[in-house]
Design a protein around this ligand. Structure first.
Ligand code: ADP
Length: 176
């Protein structure tokens, strides 16, 4: 592995703030680029069709990984997706799992007009710690961090923390 910049996954249940965090981090750190998996799935058609009930694409993971492999291996990506276990361990340097209280998440998802089944599935996923468990099962404990994303102060603190981690990673990997 010879990346000069790390790859960071920002994951969490839909509505926890992945895109908000990834966008702010990429604005503050132009050396990092935001990789919205949602956009790739749509634009490069890495899916097997549309799920009407859940109002989402049925992702073809092999096609998705093929589509992003070359660029991701170069490093410097903030990967924004509501799953993480599909990404090979060798691609990943940090996994940030965002968490939100159920009431706050409910309000955020309701504003998106999600169908009832999708809203309930996402609330259950957050309550049952699905994403943090998936991250811990898939990657080394030291690279998985769980951060609260309930308000603007937490967003700010989280981005600063990731920026601090980035600086340290560069030092550890002989970058300035
Ligand atoms: P995701 O990408 O995980 O689905 P988004 O980044 O789209 O989540 O955020 C969902 C909604 O919640 C947006 O309206 C966003 O402005 C809001 N939001 C996200 N994170 C925070 C936060 N830490 N504090 C307040 N609002 C937030």
């Amino acid at each position: 592995m010879s990346r000069t910049l790390p790859n960071i996954i920002i994951t969490g249940t839909p509505g926890t703030g992945k895109t908000t965090h990834a966008t702010l981090l990429a604005e503050r750190r132009p050396e990092l680029k935001h990789l919205s998996i949602n956009d790739i799935v749509k634009d490069k058609e890495c899916h097997e069709g549309w799920d009407e009930e859940f109002q989402s694409w049925i992702v073809d993971e092999d096609k998705l990984l093929d589509a992003i492999e070359d660029q991701v291996k170069e490093g410097g990506w903030i990967i924004d997706w509501h799953a993480c276990d599909l990404f090979p361990r060798s691609w990943v340097d940090l996994v940030v799992v965002l968490r939100v209280e159920t009431e706050v998440l409910y309000d955020r998802l309701e504003k998106r007009n999600y169908p009832e089944a999708k809203l309930q599935e996402n609330l259950d996923s957050e309550i049952m710690d699905v994403l943090i468990q998936e991250a811990r099962d898939s990657y080394d404990e030291e690279i998985v961090v769980e951060l609260k994303s309930g308000d603007a102060d937490e967003l700010e603190a989280n981005v600063e923390r990731i920026e601090g981690w980035l600086e340290q990673w560069k030092k550890d990997n002989n970058q300035n």
